[in-house]
Design a binder for this molecule. Structure first.
Ligand code: ADP
Length: 532
């Protein structure tokens, strides 16, 4: 990089890379207002599941209120060589929250930029700022009497934009959140403003409807990256269906776990099941309702007999799948018959359906009924309290793979053996998409239990290599192993990382925006060993 930091900083390897923080802090205060620069009580902006001791933490939090504020922050960061780490709500649970990869640097939180700018009832689209939470968008639609449904992940307190940018998923027919966005506004590291797709015109008739322009599509490079700060995004909504029919399939054995996945694949590909089913194992299901000690209080991983006891509980199973059908009554009836016929072939399975008037929903208590209807909930937060106490946490070890029995049992056996060997339970949630599924090993731990926390991080890292040998790559990763995950994408001498570094150096020559995000380091952090 050409950027010159102060002489002291250049000679001190500890601070060389984070620029002149004290001076930048003063400039930030002047630029965006004293009250929008926080230096104390920053926990709510860090990793919610931080273990005791040294961990990734911001040096200060910046709360811009406008695109102009964001530009001012970037100008100061460039002037002083001080990195700035972007998050929207910074909830990102299981992946590091809003904490920066390089501790002690600025965290930029977009929580104050929280306006729903537009809802297009005809074309079923909304334009939102990054601070808008799923709860906020839902409230907005309710208050304005909108007839449209939205999509939510299991926890509604995160940012709609942040979730889409991380390739997060929800559980309605528009649950592939990044895939269902259209158009974004991005502030580049040098403060320039880019609008993607038809936003390339100054007077577009269709920015939020047609996803491309005439030329390259840039949107993808701003997801899971450090190439820009997204300040607006178009997201899909959909019309309330005549019938909403959530389904619940329990499987009382492990033997036919493979059968379930193989039966499911064609139903996903041909669109019979239009949403993203979630399949969870007995530990995961039990953790949604209570603590481990209700079932087992011994040392080491939960024994098989106990899992069978959990599985025998009504509504649970060794595996249970939630999914839903949507649409006009005859369409839902037709698809329901197809699903019933296909799943009936699985020994040890039981299928239940509910059906509701999608245009006049009751007040759902059941969180599964809520999320699949795009109604935010926080109920599944309970899962992190498996080992007791209020301070539970989890890491997601999340691989993408085909919807196939063989792949499912391979990753199940790998995750279970690595976790159990370290005394941790195997809790799994498989999120099924149209042609692929994501197996999330929810590595749950008690953040107050240092030994268990260390084991949880070590176990998660220990799964990366063996999974990669089998061809499975993570779809998302915690801060603590972004470098390791990037290394796994090793085709042609890590061509993807080399490509990302070239773009990084071009767009962000001073290396100030989110250094280390997804293993992408700017030049000044790259010399010698990787990392700060
Ligand atoms: P959520 O609150 O939905 O969990 P976060 O705000 O934590 O989402 O964002 C998750 C990650 O996505 C961040 O760590 C950051 O890397 C990226 N990200 C979030 N918002 C933006 C944004 N507006 N522009 C660029 N990257 C972003």
């Amino acid at each position: 990089s050409n950027h010159q930091t102060s002489a002291t900083n250049q000679t001190d390897p500890e601070t060389r890379n984070i620029g002149n923080f004290a001076e930048a802090l003063e400039a930030m205060r002047t630029a965006i207002g004293e009250e929008n620069v926080l230096t104390q009580d920053l926990a709510d902006y860090g990793d919610p599941f931080a273990p005791p001791g040294e961990w990734y933490r911001p040096g200060a939090v910046l709360l811009p209120g406008s695109v102009e504020d964001v530009q001012a922050i970037l100008r100061i960061a460039n002037d002083h060589g001080t990195p700035v780490w972007t998050s929207s709500q910074g909830r990102n649970k299981g992946y590091g929250g809003g904490a920066p990869r390089v501790s002690g640097t600025f965290a930029l939180s977009l929580r104050r930029m929280n306006k729903v700018l537009e809802v297009d009832e005809e074309n079923c689209m909304a334009l939102v700022e990054p601070g808008v939470r799923f709860f906020d968008l839902y409230d907005h639609l309710q208050k304005t009497g909108s007839k449209l449904w939205m999509s939510v992940p299991d926890l509604g307190a995160g940012s709609v934009v942040g979730n889409a940018l991380e390739h997060g998923v929800g559980y309605t027919p528009i649950g592939d959140h990044f895939g269902n966005h259209c158009g974004m506004e991005v502030v580049l590291p040098d403060g320039d403003i880019l609008r993607t797709g038809m936003g390339g015109m100054s007077n577009p008739r269709n920015w939020l409807i047609y996803p491309h322009s005439c030329g390259p599509s840039w949107d993808g490079i701003f997801s899971q990256s450090n190439f820009g700060i997204v300040t607006k995004m178009g997201i899909s909504l959909f019309p309330a269906p005549e019938v909403y029919a959530p389904g619940w399939f329990t499987l009382d054995n492990e033997e036919h776990f493979e059968t379930l996945l193989d039966v499911l694949r064609p139903l996903m590909i041909d669109g019979t099941i239009p949403n993203q089913p979630m399949i969870i194992n007995a530990v995961c299901a039990a953790s949604a309702f209570g603590e481990r000690k209700q079932w087992f209080d011994g040392k080491g991983a939960i024994p098989d007999e106990v899992l069978d006891r959990i599985a025998a509980t009504p509504g649970f199973g060794r595996w249970v799948m939630r999914f839903a059908l949507y649409g006009d009554a005859p369409v839902v009836a037709h698809n329901r018959a197809k699903v019933e016929q296909a799943l009936a072939a699985i020994p040890g399975g039981a299928l239940m359906f509910d059906a509701f008037d999608g245009r006049n929903l009751p007040d759902f208590e059941n969180p599964h009924h809520r999320v699949q209807a795009g109604i935010p909930s926080m109920a599944l937060d309970q899962m992190t309290r498996w080992y007791g106490g209020e301070e539970g946490g989890h890491i997601g070890f999340s691989c993408a793979m085909p919807i196939s029995g063989k792949d499912g049992s391979t990753i199940r056996d790998l995750s279970r053996s690595v976790l159990n060997a370290r005394g941790l339970d195997y809790s799994a949630a498989i999120i099924v998409g149209k042609r692929s599924m994501i197996h999330v090993a929810l590595v749950v731990f008690d953040t107050k239990n240092e030994q268990q926390t260390l084991e949880a991080y070590a176990a998660t890292k220990a799964m990366l290599e063996p999974a990669a040998k089998l061809g499975y790559g993570e779809y998302r990763s915690h801060l603590d192993f972004m470098d390791e995950v990037a290394a796994i994408y090793d085709f042609n001498d890590n061509a993807q990382r080399r490509f990302a570094e070239r773009i990084k150096d071009c767009l962000d020559p001073n290396g100030i925006l989110s250094p280390g995000k997804q293993g992408i380091w700017p030049t000044r952090f790259r010399s010698g060993t990787r990392g700060p």
